[in-house]
Design a protein around this ligand. Structure first.
Ligand code: 3H9
Length: 705
């Protein structure tokens, strides 16, 4: 029975015999904001002062134990009690404190659990220290307690990867003491057992077994330091995490905690933390569209996918992973068999890499069926078309869908540039037609552009956003234009890169400069991975509409004419040994580049890495501003999220428009104006950028509108 319901504390208290149950109750994720911290301290005081209470059981309500510190407080002055103090009080409590974890125990949430004397985790829960993803490190004693609980190697992995442990992994490592099926029921049983066995308190800070083998701890620390420059290139907090682990191994608990607190403060004050926090919040804000209150959201249980090529099969996998019943449609039996086997192969790989059990894979595949008949899509709630990029072919598919699908079904195309309005126009229900632009490989890439033609119904768009979240994707709404948000921006920064190439920078120098800025890959590397033939086909398609005044760099065409399409042909901008994805520089490419410069009458000039990056980003930022001005992107954060989730923009720099604000829009405009002197057709400053500079405003001010 609840005996102390205190919603203002973000938790409530219940009593079960001599056990005080503290239930964190701070929706949506039980973040440990100020009132929760105060509530926890009050509960501890109550437990200490009441003789009838013999132990405390900590639980979370809803889907989470606790998702960590309340990230909304990071922008404000810190208010006591700090989480560190709360954790210390939990640990010094003289009555046993048991944490029973169901759902997510992340960051500060796991730190609270580690400060408890005993831990139980329910199957399916996730225990992690993901602070690194926000440019932070555990700041409430987590780096010190985790090392004492699971040793330096496992603690480093937990904090540096940010990946959560499953309940089973946590048990195996010693992070938790036992597993359960129900946090409250099994937590109470555990608490009663501990009391019956007179186990007393067991403080994580006093555990020494894991620290005993100092050589092993040191080896783990050294190994992590060696990986810093490659695995955590450019990141600020990982080096400090390693230092905290070293402190845990070398110093008494209190001194280690003091050291951790100082490093946490440094991280909190760092520009990387602010950018990563922005990225986290922007991804969630992108999924919130204006004016959606009260709209009826469709329920999805059955999906159809048209086309079983790489993309279609990937989309089918994404749907199966979200527990949808999937019907894959192909034009004939042979293509269907190939499509289904692509999906099966994906699961074979996952099982062989031990990412999924054979039983789970079989359960997913049991929800897949194939067909060559459109009538089998009659009950689908959603159909995604992923046939080849040809308007007439797609229109033919949509005519079929229109005549076979039930009213209310959402009909989506995965086109990456075709006009969805022209596809919708062949149906009698243009309000139900949208674009769902997945990125390849669909099961891996997080971005999903939701392409909205003018007639699409608001309910359809809002439902697509909800579906995208269920599919584990980051949805961004985009209007219609060639390439939507992402590919349109990419085509512009690629052109900037090609111009630099012709003017004197080598492809390898450009890729290196862009990677050193923090991108996952440079533009020429990406072309090799994606296949040069794809971009070539697009260039040919656009040739007729190309403005004759536009500078057209032909170097890529020369490579394609040789059949050098990148990794798949063993040669592209780089050379690849058979079976290897590691490209090496190719002197033959440099010869072609030199010949093309001569043909174009260009005298090559040197480029610094700084200039390369400035031009690359100026192109990106300017086109982002154009998309905003045209209403294709709703808010600057939508542009940022597209580049972060789909194009490898370094997360710790927040996205191109966030970054532009940080370096100053006047500087970006200055750059564009300077570059315009040599190519005024390409470097046309966006009117929005000019206006923002004139008004002394930032892109961020538009996010707030
Ligand atoms: C930390 O703990 C530091 C400590 O070591 C030291 C302190 C001294 N606070 O993601 P969702 C909001 S750092 C406040 O859509 P899901 C989120 O913004 C923290 N709010 O749900 C969203 O709000 P809205 C370490 C938070 O089910 C809503 O909750 N912890 C927080 O897909 C739903 O979120 C982390 O880094 C928070 N901590 O995923 C965990 N977390 O609806 C970060 C979320 O207004 N969180 N919100 O847009 C997550 O990874 C996911 O949110 C979680 C749920 C897996 C929990």
């Amino acid at each position: 029975m609840p005996d102390n319901h205190q919603p203002d504390r973000g938790l409530h208290l219940e009593r079960s015999g001599n056990i005080l149950i503290v239930i964190l109750d701070n929706p949506p994720v039980n973040a440990l904001g100020l009132r929760v911290r105060r509530g926890l301290l009050a509960a501890l005081r109550q437990a200490q002062s009441e003789e009838q209470i013999h132990a405390l059981l900590l639980l979370g309500s809803g889907k989470n134990f606790a998702a960590g510190a309340d990230i909304r407080e990071f922008n404000q002055p810190r208010q006591p009690p700090l989480l560190r103090e709360v954790c210390d009080q939990i640990e010094t409590c003289t009555k046993p404190v048991i944490a029973a974890i169901a759902g997510n125990a992340l960051g500060g949430g796991l730190e609270v659990a580690m400060a408890a004397h005993y831990r139980l985790a329910v199957k399916g829960s996730r225990l992690g220290l993901p602070e690194v993803n926000l440019g932070l490190l555990p700041g409430a004693g987590g780096s010190q307690r985790s090392v004492r609980l699971i040793g330096a190697e496992a603690a480093l992995d937990l904090m540096l990867s940010g990946r959560p442990l499953s309940a089973e992994q946590a048990l195996e490592l010693g992070m938790v003491d036992r597993l359960g099926l129900d946090a409250r029921v099994d937590g109470l049983v555990y608490a009663h057992e501990l009391l019956a066995d007179r186990c007393g308190v067991r403080r994580s800070s006093e555990l020494t077994t894991r620290l005993a083998d100092s050589a092993a701890q040191q080896a783990a620390i050294d190994a992590a330091r060696t990986k810093l420059p490659t695995q955590f290139r450019g990141l600020f907090s990982p080096a400090l995490i390693i230092d905290c682990v070293a402190a845990a191994c070398e110093q008494p608990f209190a001194a280690g905690c003091q050291f951790e607190a100082a490093q946490f403060q440094r991280c909190l004050a760092s520009p990387q933390h602010r950018a990563l926090l922005y990225a986290f919040q922007a991804e969630r804000a992108a999924a919130k569209l204006p004016d959606t209150t009260g709209l009826a959201i469709a329920a999805f249980s059955q999906a159809g996918v048209i086309g079983g090529g790489t993309m279609g099969a990937g989309i089918a996998v994404v749907m199966l992973e979200a527990d949808l019943q999937v019907t894959l449609l192909e034009r004939d039996e042979q293509s269907l068999a190939a499509g289904l086997s692509r999906v099966e192969e994906f699961y074979r790989q996952r099982v062989s890499k031990k990412r999924l059990s054979a039983t789970a894979a079989a359960a997913r595949l049991a929800k897949l069926r194939g067909t060559t008949e459109y009538r089998d899509l009659a009950t689908a709630d959603l159909v995604v078309e992923a046939v080849y990029e040809d308007l007439a072919a797609k229109q033919a598919v949509f005519r079929q869908l229109d005549s076979h699908c039930k009213p209310g079904a959402i009909l989506a195309s995965n086109t990456s540039y075709l006009d969805i309005a022209a596809i919708a126009a062949v149906t009698n229900r243009p309000q139900a037609v949208i674009g769902l632009h997945f990125f390849s490989p669909a099961p891996v890439m997080r971005l999903l552009e939701i392409v909205v033609p003018p007639q699409a119904a608001a309910e359809v768009i809002a439902s697509a956003v909800v579906l995208a979240r269920r599919l584990g994707k980051v949805p961004v709404r985009t209007g219609i234009c060639d390439g939507f948000i992402g590919n349109r921006i990419m085509s512009v920064y690629r052109r900037a890169a090609e111009a630099m190439l012709e003017d004197g920078a080598s492809p390898y120098q450009i890729d290196t400069a862009v990677r050193e800025f923090g991108f996952a890959m440079g533009p020429f590397q990406i072309l090799d991975v994606a296949g040069g033939d794809i971009a070539w086909a697009t260039r040919k398609r656009r040739a007729a509409q190309r403005d004759p005044q536009e500078r057209y760099v032909q170097i890529a065409d020369r490579l394609c004419e040789q059949g050098w399409f990148g990794q798949k042909s063993g040669r592209g901008w780089y050379r690849y040994e058979p079976g290897s994805n590691h490209g090496v520089q190719d002197p033959a490419v440099l010869e072609i580049v030199a010949r093309e410069r001569e043909r174009a009458g260009v005298t090559p000039r040197p480029f610094s890495a700084e200039e390369i990056v400035r031009r690359y980003l100026a192109a990106m930022i300017n086109e982002g501003a154009n998309l905003l001005a045209e209403g294709i992107a709703l808010r600057p954060l939508d542009v940022d999220v597209v580049l972060l989730a789909g194009y490898g923009f370094p997360r710790y720099r927040g996205g191109p428009l966030y970054y532009a604000d940080k370096i100053g829009l006047a500087r970006v405009l200055d750059d564009i104006t300077t570059f315009a002197a040599e190519d005024p057709q390409f470097w046309r400053p966006s009117p929005l950028l000019i206006r923002l500079v004139e008004q002394g405003q930032t892109f961020a001010s538009l996010n707030a509108e």
